[in-house]
Write a new protein. Structure first.
Lengths: 278, 256
């Protein structure tokens, strides 16, 4: 499979916060990435879309320096993420945050303490200031009233909203959202979309959204990538993506079962399997 | 067959090497963790205070059994008055640290491994890393330190319960009629400070080894139900065998 032609040129150097070049990554025998290039523009909302199992979450973990690529380079604000020692990497991570798919809240802390956690770890703010910041962040996600609850008392969607409040507690330069809309009811989804947009517009926070909720993501993204089988199939503005001539992209956008992207995992024919003697 | 043995051996050595690097990582995080006493105190409660009931009850029963068995043997030689020293030396030198270690591995070690394994499976450790908080300092080191502190304290409680209070003393003196004066004076005359130091050294080493194995197994558990369950089982099995083997080695060195 060859990479689809670039529809829009990636952002200029100074405007690029994250630059991924020639990324290769394998998990066991499975090749996840086969030399992809991705640029995350500073202050913009970038969407990474693709079918399940294409390694969208993996890309976020690689950008965050948690996993190491087998080849290629990932630069955050001009510095190679995977050549940093722990101190440098941690300094970088204070400027970015990752919203995990399941929230990943610390289960021995209350909602309030979860949001206060990064503030307590990285600032010397007085308790009153921490309280104010935490309450404001919880207000933004609509869960100020849930501050005394513990993670096991929250629904999946609520946990993810608390995790979002925690992710923005330190006002990072970049927030990476891993499937932020999955499991949210329509009201929460609308609020979350507006929140992501307002964080981006009012505070200039660079946003990376990994999702397969195509319509929602394309409605707020400035730039989007469609990834499948370890390659970038399309890149461009939402309108360019929607108008893509690529059959792969159209199949994905319209959710058709038949097309170049196989719904079934690679296997021999069903008849062969059924007729095989036990 | 030969290939299988080589694979098992190389896997074992590889695992041992990784565990040693992990221990170095823990020890490097210990100074920073010591600056956060609240986290250590919380863990002391989890692994120490919550293990006390099982230690107290086991200590009492082991002291009582040892006293019964010892009395019936000693009385044949007219040496029943030495019951105190028999119970005390057996408990302080061997049974105290070893049984406490085995119970500690089963109660606290398994809980530690399961807790950390679940934190890994639910991305809590990854979330900490992404928040630029080192899980070694924040999660692993406080639990390791608490284990090292709790094990000798629990051993001391075990010994007190087994020798005095309701264990050896209750059976030997109150039930079987050994003279209380000779029970305690024989202990004072024959148990010296070296016995106590050796018991303390054993208990501390066992505490460190159990905590090391538990946090290593939990931290490296595959993020699945089966992975966490295997990590918990391995913690108890490997810790128990390590305690027994180390007990022999330490005894051989200390009682030459």
């Amino acid at each position: 499979m060859t990479e689809a032609p670039t529809m829009s040129a990636p952002a200029a150097d100074s405007a690029t916060l994250v630059r991924v070049r020639g990324l290769h990554f394998s998990q066991g025998r499975r090749k996840i990435y086969d030399g992809i290039d991705v640029d995350i523009a500073r202050g913009k909302i970038t969407a990474i879309m693709g079918p399940s199992g294409t390694g969208k979450t993996t890309l976020l973990r690689i950008i965050g320096g948690q996993w190491r690529p087998s080849a290629g380079a990932v630069e955050f604000d001009g510095a190679n993420v995977h050549q940093q020692r722990q101190r440098g990497l941690y300094a970088m991570r204070k400027r970015m945050s990752l919203l995990f798919q399941n929230g990943a809240l610390l289960t021995d802390l209350s909602v309030f303490e979860n949001v206060a956690f990064p503030l307590r770890e990285h600032t010397k703010l007085p308790e009153a200031a921490i309280r104010d910041i935490v309450l404001m962040k919880l207000e933004a996600v609509g869960l100020r009233g849930a501050r005394d609850l513990y993670p096991e008392e929250l629904s999946g969607g609520m946990a993810r909203r608390v995790a979002l409040a925690r992710a923005i507690a330190l006002d990072p330069e970049m927030v990476m959202y891993d499937e932020p809309f999955t499991g949210q009811d329509p009201i929460s989804m609308g609020v979350l979309m507006r929140l992501i947009q307002s964080l981006n517009r009012s505070l200039g926070i660079t946003s990376v959204i990994v999702s397969h909720d195509v319509d929602e993501v394309l409605s707020i993204a400035d730039f989007a990538y469609v990834i499948s089988n370890g390659q970038v199939l399309a890149r461009g503005t939402p309108d360019e993506i929607r108008a893509s001539p690529s059959e792969y992209v159209q199949q994905f956008l319209q959710g058709r079962p038949d097309g170049p992207v196989a719904f079934h995992f690679k296997a021999r024919s069903l008849a062969d399997d059924l007729l095989e003697r036990a | 067959m030969k290939g299988g043995i080589v694979t098992v051996l190389s896997n074992f050595l590889f695992g041992l090497g990784r565990a040693q690097f992990f221990l170095i990582g823990i020890l490097r995080a210990v100074p920073a963790a010591l600056l956060r006493p609240r986290a250590i105190i919380r863990q002391l409660y989890m692994v120490g205070v919550l293990s006390m009931i099982i230690i107290v009850i086991s200590g009492m029963f082991i002291g009582m059994v040892l006293s019964l068995q010892g009395y019936h043997t000693l009385v044949r030689f007219g040496a029943a008055s030495s019951l105190g020293v028999l119970v005390a030396l057996s408990i302080i030198r061997e049974l105290g640290p070893v049984v406490t270690g085995l119970l500690f591995a089963g109660r606290a070690g398994s809980a530690l491994a399961a807790e950390i394994g679940l934190m890994r499976a639910t991305d809590q450790l990854s979330a900490m890393e992404m928040m630029a908080v080192d899980p070694m300092r924040h999660v692993i080191a406080p639990r390791f330190i608490a284990g090292v502190i709790a094990a000798p304290l629990l051993t001391a409680i075990f010994c007190v319960m087994a020798i005095g209070v309701a264990g050896g003393h209750a059976i030997g003196v109150e039930l079987l009629g050994v003279d209380a004066g000779s029970y305690w004076s024989q202990i004072r005359a024959n148990v010296d400070v070296h016995d106590l130091i050796q018991s303390f050294v054993k208990a501390t080493v066992f505490g460190a080894v159990i905590s090391w194995i538990a946090v290593y197994q939990g931290y490296n558990a595959p993020p699945t139900s089966e992975g966490v369950s295997r990590a918990t089982t391995s913690t108890v099995v490997v810790s128990s065998l390590s305690i027994l083997a180390l007990d022999f080695i330490l005894t051989a060195f200390m009682f030459r």
